[in-house]
Design a protein around this ligand. Structure first.
Ligand code: 3PG
Length: 209
């Protein structure tokens, strides 16, 4: 499962973190991000229509859609039923990991310290989310983990933006970053898909893993 997570994280430098409040925006939002060059999409289970949004986005050409904010085994079941190709969680518990493995869902689980990263490594997870990236210590913390834990790669998420993303991506233990800045809620509400595509395109062209 970890190998598949690495492959997904290598598809683009940025994984947009999405909160979809209105199902009628899901397909257009996904298409704008994919057209901008960001095919890997994380739809967080933080809105009533999140599972329907995953379903709608899973039908788009060229996208790889996952479910974010997985907390419980039921979240995992729902995500898989909706068509999610991977899962993301802010932290990790054995119950959640077991559920993802039972469902065959690649999981990008969160860690914020050496101990948390080592626990996930013991379960075979060499690709992890570093969350909440900026609040937990930012690029200096991840840089400090690269030497003792070179076998673990990270997707830092939380407080990442166009202005600090490359600092993370320049680290040897970072494959991609996650962030909501490419899909701001005001642009989604206004259905300003040109704006979303422009933000995605700026991220996809300026940032390099
Ligand atoms: C989240 O789970 O909300 C992500 O960490 C996104 O964080 P961001 O809004 O700071 O990019």
């Amino acid at each position: 499962a970890s190998k598949r997570t690495v492959e997904i994280c290598e598809l683009a430098p940025v994984v947009p973190v999405l909160i979809v409040e209105d199902i009628t925006t899901a397909a257009d939002l996904g298409n704008a991000l994919i057209a901008g060059g960001l095919p890997v999409l994380e739809v967080t289970l933080r809105s009533e229509c999140a599972l329907d949004a995953i379903k709608a986005m899973s039908e788009l050409d060229c996208g790889v859609v996952g479910a974010g904010t997985l907390i419980t085994p039921q979240d995992v079941k729902n995500a898989v039923a909706a068509g999610a190709k991977f899962g993301v969680s802010p932290g990790a518990t054995d119950i959640l990991i077991d559920a993802c493995e039972a469902e065959g869902l690649p999981l990008l689980a969160g860690a914020a310290s050496a101990t948390e990263a080592m626990r996930l490594l013991e379960r075979g997870y060499t690709m992890q989310k570093f969350f909440p990236a900026e609040a937990a210590g930012g690029a200096p913390l991840l840089k400090s983990l690269a030497s003792p834990l070179p076998q673990i790669s990270f997707c830092p998420t939380g407080g990442v933006s166009l202005s600090n993303a490359q600092t993370y991506l320049d680290l040897p233990n970072v494959r991609c970053v996650g962030g909501s800045w490419v899909a701001p809620s005001d642009a989604i509400k206004a259905k300003d898909w040109a704006k979303v595509q422009e933000l995605a395109s700026a991220a996809a062209t300026k940032l390099h893993a």
